[in-house]
Ligand binder design. Sequence first.
Ligand SMILES: [Zn+2]
Length: 219
Amino acid sequence: MWIINKTVNEILNLFLPENCLGCGQKNTYLCPECVNKMPAPPFGKDSRVLAATSYENPTIKKAIHALKYKKAGKIALPLAQLIEVRLHSIFNERGSTCLPVRQASIIIPVPMTKKRLRQRGFNQAEKIARHLSDITSLPLLTNVLYKNKETASQVDIKSREKRLKNLKNCFCVKNPEFIKDKNIFLLDDVFTTGATISECRKVLMKNGARRVTGVVVAC
Ligand SMILES: [Zn+2]
């Protein structure tokens, strides 16, 4: 039964009209009122990961679900804006007041395997990262971190320990000279157990990054 529901959902999403996912207001996927109502993220999940809001919020849940379908690609922009507004101080702290630090900050999206990318047609984390890079003027690097091994779907693995094992040696770094001594904002859509971000951080640090801060829409 859930398979039928899933298919119906997918078809509905293809025809997603441009209405606010929270209140239905026209000509926007996320209206400013609904964005303002989004709660702060829960504390204490991982101090090295910053989230714009809580995944408990039904509007953000819908937005992230919709983000994964091509027709709803426009949702990446309001999600990037949400991140920038909520985490403004961290981009700013390392920003305009301190140029050398700003020059050392870059954005890297959590990658997908080539195969997965072909199936979906785009990487939703990269879509958000691209907009965030435009908004903050921090450079986006997509030629550094790669996922070279397909894994069992993380959704089916409940424990963090098993997820970490599942992801072990999946990620690799090319062009390490681009991340040497850099502050990296590692972008993903959702933080669940943190296994993906933790594994990416390990690989980036091993290859010379100075600091890796996870940045997600929701956790
Ligand atoms: Zn709304």
